[in-house]
Ligand binder design. Structure first.
Ligand code: DNO
Length: 344
């Protein structure tokens, strides 16, 4: 296992040497943020990120994310052009020593929450999700906390119209088409793809979501058995679905899990939840059993703490402050050490 930490590049307010000061930290997970989706990242910008990381004695072996252009998800004729650019990104990442690329295949929106400052009794805050609040929102005039509004309302409406009538099967076929097209580039670059689950794991605003539960992974690997086709096992995203048995899934797919986002959440009802500190005792995700299942089944990928709370008065990007993620990393390293030693 290699412990890593998400770093939002030079604009991140958390300095790299602070990340390095977290014991057990081997590397950063980052991306090129100033290039529009669908374009090729220059080798120079990748090299620059790597040099910065390496100068702080950190590796840069994981990229999160190389975003997938909507035309690819929509299966439009223009997709081949964007797939070519994606392949070039894979090759360029390979040239700077990247081993794993995290991406998602969620139409239009990435993760969705309704509150970024859910208040805990102890004064800390975290992200939360309330289904009723979300249902009351109009996707055509959307202002969501945390969702980077990279589209104008006009663009968003056009995009939503293009998705009208799209079925889960069509979206899945488009994913398979994409994966089959990029597998040779992954082979050449020595890179594993790690699809991030849909967050939360159910359809949103009538848009289909297809990476939500165990059967979805069975279907994915049956369709694209290539070993470069793998998973980002995000315990928060999958864990929001009460239907998911996470330790079972961790055990079952351990050899396909190239990257694990280990984080905690607590149910507030059937669907609603808030996020919490990483420890098993503080939520519904059994982090201990998941780590145990991973280790016992030969998991050998990257791990990162995820979505911490804002604690100790830190005013950081919600979910991505230093302190609680640092505590999470230490907790996780401790769990891995204990489980690994028990095994021997
Ligand atoms: C949220 C993240 C996601 C993730 C992407 C991967 O905090 O886990 O935004 O980076 O879905 O493509």
């Amino acid at each position: 296992m290699k412990m890593t930490f998400r770093w939002y590049g030079e604009k991140d307010c958390i300095p790299l040497n602070y990340i390095k000061q977290i014991q057990g930290m081997t590397g950063v997970v980052t991306a090129v943020y100033d290039v529009p989706v669908g374009e090729v990242w220059s080798l120079e910008s990748l090299k620059r990120l790597k040099e910065l990381a390496n100068a702080a004695d950190l590796e840069m072996e994981v990229i999160e994310s190389v975003p997938v252009h909507e035309d690819i998800k929509l299966g439009k004729p223009t997709r081949d052009k964007y797939i070519e650019a994606y392949k070039q990104n894979i090759i360029n990442c390979g040239k700077v020593g990247v081993k794993c690329i995290c991406y998602n295949f969620m139409p239009v929106f990435d993760w969705l929450r309704t509150d970024l400052y859910f208040k805990h009794k102890d004064g800390s805050t975290s992200l939360s999700y309330c289904h009723d609040t979300l249902l009351k929102l109009d996707p055509k005039n959307l202002h969501l906390p945390g969702w980077d509004e990279s589209y104008s309302m006009d663009e968003l409406n056009k995009l939503l119209a293009e998705y009208e009538g799209m079925t889960h099967e069509q979206l899945f076929e488009n994913l398979v088409y994409f994966l089959n097209a990029i597998m040779p580039a992954c082979d050449e670059a020595g890179i594993n793809m790690a699809i991030h689950p849909d967050d939360p794991p159910w359809d949103m605003f009538d848009l289909p979501r297809i990476i939500c539960r165990e059967e979805d992974y069975d279907r994915l690997f049956a369709a694209v058995p290539d070993k470069h086709n793998g998973i980002t096992f995000c315990t928060g995203s999958l864990g929001a679905g009460r239907f998911n048995d996470l330790p079972k899934m961790a055990a079952k797919y351990a050899d396909r899990i190239y990257f694990a986002h280990l984080r905690q959440l607590k149910y507030m009802g059937d669907i609603d939840f808030y996020e919490n500190g990483h420890n098993t005792a503080y939520g519904n995700v059994d982090i201990y059993s998941i780590v145990k299942a991973l280790v016992e089944n030969g998991f050998d990928g990257y791990v990162r703490p995820d979505h911490g709370r804002n604690v100790w008065g830190e005013d950081a990007k919600p979910g991505y402050g230093l302190y609680d993620r640092a505590m999470g990393a230490c907790y996780l390293s401790g769990l891995f050490e204990a489980v690994e030693k028990d095994r021997k």
